[in-house]
Structures are given as structure tokens and as C-alpha cells.
Design a protein around this ligand. Structure first.
Ligand code: XMP
Length: 523
């Protein structure tokens, strides 16, 4: 039994496969309303137990009208609820009303200037005029609306004369060619607020700081006197989940398992054990370094590394669980809402960029029921719960760390020596960030070991050693990222400390690429 949704009203986001769909849900929650994502091609309206105030149509990679492209389901066009169409969603809306689209003639990508024209503004959208001025918006499209149907007015154009905003003259339907959910859109939040509160007249119903008591009650109802086996990584999500479960059920009913795959940060395994001890959570560490290194030997392909680690992780966990099977009734997981959506639970077809590893498949094999207290939550909401549980900031505000660990930060084949070199370099970088109060100014920071050797000079001797890249990014959710603006003098000092202290590295570089086009991790 998975935990039921936290509230029964809010907004529906229809997903057409945009990389930004999750951001729409997050932004809505940030402004104080609950939102859920469902498949945009779903042919039936959601069941009555979820009351929705409005519908948002996401962007997506399809081209409206092309073979196989998704169209608006009949229950959506028949709905009397307000609709906000974003990018592909706007094009669907325009097409469903008889407008004219064009493909591939007006590609716009990135920051674009938008100019408003309010003269035919419909009364239901009046608040937009007081909120919005000409501004920079974030575009990412190849198709656009050449001419909306006469039942629509055009409220904004880009400098390239692309239709930027349309609104139906009578029905509360608004279409945006740009992405209000992306931070680079200057008034993105205002537009979403106007839709939610002024046009849909929705009440505020979401505040993640009030979630704690409700979560504890739901866990008690679901697990009762059962016992939970819980895989933890030392990261924020599984740690907060383990502490929450322990708080709800008592330490005797929760047992955390930590697999040490040998690809952790320096001294991480010991640190995690100490922290769990202090937090009063029962923990067993399984030392599987040798097995992981042996299966990863010589493997260079990033996806293959990820798959091997995912499989080995499940094997280690399964072996433990089988030996103790009779004791447990439930399997606890720190699964977040983005994991649920990204594992294409609703089949909307966003492209897989990297296969994240989790313990999927285990519950059936082990005949355990799932407990996923964060199945409907985002990471920042989990952090809020963690703080309310009294988990120290050192843990709750830690930078994210990928499940496959240093394996995706050692480019090329992995061995114990490379892991050691990278651990040392990474620890120096992180220690310096803390010492200079820069750690919390970036979303994530780490070192990467490159399969490149370069010539250097130390003392009077020639060196020929590895290159280490430092990466620090700013982000609010990891879906897009900027480059951490760290002072060059700080980077020079970190670089020189690494070269001085880490035997095997003689050159350090700083990664200055945003996401997109790069991803945060190198593999
Ligand atoms: P990318 O590299 O996809 O990373 O831009 C986005 C965020 O996800 C983290 N990441 C992972 N987290 N399992 C995880 O739990 C994984 O397999 C994984 N791969 C990447 C990454 O560290 C960043 O915060």
C-alpha cells in the first residue's frame, strides 16, 4: 500500500512529455496550491475523489497534427474549468479551436523579449494587465501559432512577431508560447498566480511545513504493528524518510540498511553510521566494496555503469532481506514525486537522459508492502519535514549525491586507486567551500576525475598525471542549472591544495557549462 495523496483538491497538470513538466507542479506548490501530474493523453477524467480547480497543459516534444502526436482529450475540451496551455499545450488549445499552426519556421530557444498588447483583454483575465509588463521570457519551441481562431485574442508577441500569449474571448482558456515555470521568465510566478487565484479562484491549500503531523498519522495507519525495512543512502530523502518512520512507529519497528558500494565520498560510511546513531535509527551497513569493484572492472560506458550498480545494489539488499524476511512486513523508500513521474509512471514519454537507480522491483520479489511517505513531495518539501523533525542542517541541507556515487564522476574505468584519488580531491573542495561559507551558495559541488593525463612541473621534475575537474552549480531542483559563481582566487587556492596534497593529480580545471546543454553529473 502506497501512502494516499496528502490533499484531495488542487490542480491537474497534463503532461505531454516536456522536460519542464515537474517544474510546473513545483511552482504551483510554491505559490500555495497542490498540483498533480497526469498523462496528457489520458482519455478519462480523473476520479471524483480529486477535485480540480483548473487544468494546465504542459509543453512537449511532439508537433501538433503530426502522426502519433498527442491531442487534447475530449474530457478536457468539454470541461468548464479554466485551462492554461504552455507551449505545446497552447498549440493544442489553438488547434482544438480551429487556429492555424506552423512548424519549424520560428524556432526560438532561450531568453526572448515579449511585448504585450492589452486592447482586447477579456474580462476574466483582467488581472494579467496589472501584473505583467513587457519582459524577458524563456522560449523553447520549434512550432508556433501562426493565427489563432477568431474566438481568441492575441495578447503578446515576441520581437520576431511570434504569437506569445493568446486568450479565448469567453472561455477561461489562456495559452502561453513561453514557459512561465522556468525561472528565467521574469514574471512567471505572477502569471501562474493570476491563473490560480484570479482566474480559477482556487483557495490556498498547500504548505509543506504543516505536513509532518499528517504524515505521521498516515504512516501509523498504514503500517500498524508491522516492521519496515528501509534502504538508506545517507542522502537527504532516505535519511528524512528513515527518521520520519522511526518517529511514527518507534525504533523497534524500523530497520535501515546502508549498502557501502565503495563509491562514496571520503569517510562517508563512517559518518552515516554516526549520524543514524545520533538520530536513534537502527542501521546495518553492508560492506560490498569488493563485489562492486569486481563487477565494474573495465566498464567505461556510463549507462552500463549505472545499470551494474543498480543491479548489484538490489542483489545486496535482497540478500540481506531474504535472510531476515520473516521479520519484515514493509519496505520503506524515500521515493520523491519527481522519481515517480520520471520513471514514466504515467507513460508521457519524456526522453530518458540517464537511468537513475533505485530499488524498483524489490517489493514484489520480497513480498513486502511499500511505504513511500514522500511519493507526492518534492525535495525542498522533504527538507522542510526534515527540519521539523529536528534533523541537523548538516544533513538536511547537504548537497545531493547521485545513487551510483563516484562511479559517474570517474570518467572511464573505475578502480580502488581512482576512487581514493577522487575522494581526496573532492574532500578538499568541499572542506574549502564550508570554510569560506560558500557551501550553501551552490546547489551542488563536487570533483570529477578525467581520463586525461597532462604534463606538469613540480620542483625540478616533470610530472605526467591525472586532470581533475571541479563542478559547482546553482539550481533549485537540479532540472536546470547555472554555473556556481565561485571567486577565481578561491578556485586557485583549492586547485593548488589538491595538486599539493593529492598524489596523482597535477592539474585542476573548472567546469563552466550550464544545464542544459550539459547535465550536472558528467555521466
Ligand atoms: P543530472 O546529471 O541528470 O543530475 O543533471 C541532476 C541531479 O540528479 C542527481 N543524480 C542522481 N541522483 N540517482 C540519484 O539519486 C542517480 O542515478 C542520479 N544521477 C544524477 C545529480 O547529482 C543531480 O543532483
Amino acid at each position: 500500500m502506497q501512502l494516499q495523496r496528502p490533499v484531495n483538491e488542487g490542480f491537474l497538470i497534463l503532461d505531454y512529455g516536456s522536460q519542464y513538466t515537474l517544474l510546473i507542479a513545483r511552482r504551483l506548490r510554491e505559490i500555495g496550491v497542490y498540483a498533480e501530474i497526469i498523462d496528457g493523453s489520458r482519455q478519462t477524467a480523473p476520479s471524483e475523489d480529486f477535485h480540480f480547480h483548473g487544468i494546465i497543459l504542459s509543453g512537449g516534444p511532439d508537433s501538433v497534427g503530426e502522426e502519433g502526436a498527442r491531442s487534447l482529450p475530449a474530457w478536457v475540451t468539454a470541461s468548464t474549468k479554466p485551462i492554461l496551455g504552455i507551449c505545446y499545450g497552447m498549440q493544442l488549445m489553438a488547434e482544438a479551436s480551429g487556429g492555424k499552426l506552423r512548424s519549424g519556421q520560428s524556432r526560438e530557444y532561450g531568453k526572448t523579449h515579449l511585448k504585450f498588447d492589452w486592447k482586447d483583454l477579456p474580462a476574466y483575465a483582467a488581472s494579467l494587465k496589472t501584473l505583467l509588463q513587457d519582459q524577458i521570457v524563456w522560449m523553447s519551441h520549434g512550432d508556433d501559432v501562426e493565427a489563432p481562431h477568431s474566438s481568441f485574442v492575441t495578447l503578446a508577441y515576441t520581437d520576431e512577431k511570434v504569437v506569445g500569449v493568446i486568450a479565448h474571448r469567453e472561455k477561461p482558456w489562456i495559452g502561453l508560447q513561453f514557459h512561465p515555470e522556468v525561472q528565467h521568465t521574469e514574471c512567471g510566478e505572477e502569471i501562474l498566480k493570476a491563473f490560480v487565484f484570479d482566474i480559477c479562484k482556487a483557495p490556498r491549500n498547500w504548505d509543506s511545513s504543516q505536513m509532518l503531523e499528517a504524515s505521521i498519522d498516515r504512516i501509523r495507519q498504514n503500517v500498524g504493528k508491522g516492521k519496515v525495512l528501509m534502504a538508506v543512502s545517507g542522502g537527504v530523502d532516505s535519511t528524512v524518510a528513515a527518521v520520519l518512520l522511526t518517529r511514527a512507529l518507534g525504533a523497534a519497528q524500523v530497520h535501515a540498511i546502508f549498502v557501502d558500494h565503495g563509491l562514496l565520498r571520503k569517510d562517508e560510511a563512517k559518518w552515516v553510521q554516526e549520524q543514524f546513531h545520533l538520530l536513534g535509527v537502527q542501521l546495518t551497513t553492508l560492506d560490498k566494496k569488493k563485489e562492486f569493484y569486481s563487477d565494474l572492472a573495465g566498464v567505461t560506458d556510463p549507462e552500463q555503469k549505472r545499470k551494474i550498480i543498480g543491479r548489484k545494489f538490489i542483489e545486496a539488499f535482497e540478500e540481506f532481506a531474504k535472510g531476515h524476511q520473516k521479520e519484515f512486513t514493509h519496505l520503506g523508500q524515500g521515493t520523491l514525486y519527481p522519481d515517480v513521474i520520471e520513471s514514466a509512471g504515467h507513460g508521457a514519454g519524456a526522453k530518458v537522459i540517464k537511468s537513475h537507480h533505485n530499488v524498483g522491483g524489490l517489493p514484489e520479489k520480497l513480498a513486502l508492502e511499500l511505504v513511500e511517505p514522500f511519493r507526492f513531495l518534492f525535495k525542498d518539501e522533504v527538507r522542510t519535514i526534515g527540519r521539523a523533525l529536528g534533523i541537523p542542517p548538516l544533513l538536511v541541507d547537504r548537497h545531493p549525491f547521485p545513487g551510483p556515487g563516484l562511479a559517474v564522476r570517474i570518467i572511464g574505468a573505475i578502480d580502488a586507486e581512482k576512487v581514493r584519488i577522487l575522494q581526496e580531491a573532492d574532500a578538499i573542495f568541499i572542506k574549502n567551500l564550508h570554510e569560506h561559507n560558500l557551501y550553501h551558495q551552490v546547489w551542488q559541488a563536487f570533483a570529477v576525475l578525467l581520463p586525461v593525463k597532462s604534463v606538469g612541473v613540480m620542483g625540478d621534475n616533470r610530472t605526467y598525471q591525472d586532470v581533475c575537474a571541479l563542478r559547482a552549480v546553482t539550481a533549485s531542483d537540479g532540472m536546470t542549472a547555472g554555473v556556481g559563481d565561485l571567486p577565481i582566487s578561491f578556485l586557485v587556492n583549492v586547485g593548488s591544495e589538491i595538486v599539493r596534497k593529492v598524489h596523482g593529480i597535477n592539474r585542476v580545471v573548472y567546469d563552466v557549462t550550464t544545464k542544459p546543454p550539459a547535465t550536472i553529473e558528467w555521466e
